[in-house]
Design a binder for this molecule. Sequence first.
Ligand SMILES: Cc1cc2nc3c(=O)[nH]c(=O)nc-3n(C[C@H](O)[C@H](O)[C@H](O)COP(=O)(O)OP(=O)(O)OC[C@H]3O[C@@H](n4cnc5c(N)ncnc54)[C@H](O)[C@@H]3O)c2cc1C
Length: 480
Amino acid sequence: MRPVRSDRTTGASTGSGGKTLGGSTAVNGMVYNRGNQGDYDALSARGNPGWGWDDMLPVLRRIEDHPLGASHTRGADGPLRLTTVAGTEPLLDDVIQAGGELGWQHTQDLNETDEERIGYTTATIHDGRRSSAATAFLHPVLDRPNLRTALRTHADRIVLDGGRAVGVEGRRDGRTVEYRAAREVILSAGALATPKLLQLSGIGNRESLRTAGVTAVVDSPHVGARLREHRVFSLQFRLTADAGRNRLLSTPEGQQQALAEYRATGGGPMAAPSFDVVGFFKTRTSLHRPDAQLLVAPYSMSLPMNSAEGVQLEREPGLLAIVYPLRPDSEGTVHITSDDPDAPLDIDPAYLATEHDQVTSVDAFRRVRRLFATDPLARWVDHETTPGPDVRTDQEILDHGLTDGGCGYHSVGTAAMGPNDDDVVDPDLRVRGVKDLRVVDASVFPAMISGNLTGPVSALAWRAADLILDDTSSTGRRGA
Ligand SMILES: Cc1cc2nc3c(=O)[nH]c(=O)nc-3n(C[C@H](O)[C@H](O)[C@H](O)COP(=O)(O)OP(=O)(O)OC[C@H]3O[C@@H](n4cnc5c(N)ncnc54)[C@H](O)[C@@H]3O)c2cc1C
């Protein structure tokens, strides 16, 4: 295969995220997958003690309120309230059954094993309402006297004093504001904005900072490097029968009907996650665990999926499937272009830059085509509309992924933890080269946790809170 060009323009779509309390969990697709033993043990094997499966499984169980109840892998009393999609569409039952024909296990709890599996989505939804990081973790403690939230406030820089982080400078309603930390500053701005804030504060690769007009305070070469992101490949199919949600949701009248159903019952399509069915499968039988993820939704739309004009559902009945390699190893970058916090970031996601990502993407795409050609699902399929049967060769499939595919919105790695002097944060998430500064968000994962990131980031934050509390009790210092 010829190498695929990394396309900076696609980086624009990588920049979407939630700009509110709860962050991206307030706008995301609500699919709840949390990674598996191999992901967390790999973190630990990279020299990050405390992040292995034996450490993180109890945390994951602690945070979950799972509808299937507690088990050795699930939690039932935690703050993150979950739902399993009810599965009211025969069409989707047949997607799952076709997966079974390919040897994928039909499971009610997709997080229970790391076998090839398919089933209805577990979602961060409870009683028809989104469970975000804000509703799950922040709202229940809002009345604590040592907690203050500053809404409509944009952080511009970390305030450094003699090698210590002492506060944050930003803007609120057009005015400059500064917040002082009694103990330490914790940066949780997400995998794109966290490296940006570090770089604006002079913490980053000396050369890149110089190009942007920022004087380096700490030369930390990997701030904003090692960006890993899913490149999503899409397939769509026209159906032989009127099934799925296009007819209802593609017209204003249908949307009103769905809204009325939601108001009356708290259910229906308005209470569904973005994708109803999830699968994890191997692109080669020799692999010891799945390396690709499939998500299926009972609707189809105009492409490209992340277009600035927004999503337009098709009128005719259709199905959408997206697929991507679970653990991409292409590494991109995020760099500031100026010392002005309002200047655009230069994001190069370096999608599909490695042979692993190219080969896995193509094989995963072909496997999904095979799924849709397998009964009982095949009986529903009239023809493939996206990308269509003309896209056949490896290169054509890769080009389709780059042109009409999308960003997975799962960025990690831009302030990655590790044991080495040039890793941005240490395994306790402290930024190297600065005192009293920690990063607690997806940017500290040095590699992708398989699947979607709400679960892993929530567990990361829960464990980070324990680390911070441990430090507080050992030093006797208190405060925020
Ligand atoms: C469109 C979309 C769909 C997704 N779908 C799913 C899904 O279905 N399932 C799943 O598990 N995951 C999904 N994800 C991914 C998941 O939501 C994120 O990986 C996760 O929320 C990352 O958490 P974070 O804390 O690192 O960053 P974020 O959740 O992005 O939080 C960062 C916060 O920092 C704030 N911030 C940034 N810069 C500044 C600044 N300068 N000043 C003040 N505040 C700032 C942001 O406003 C935001 O509130 C999706 C993400 C997106 C964007």
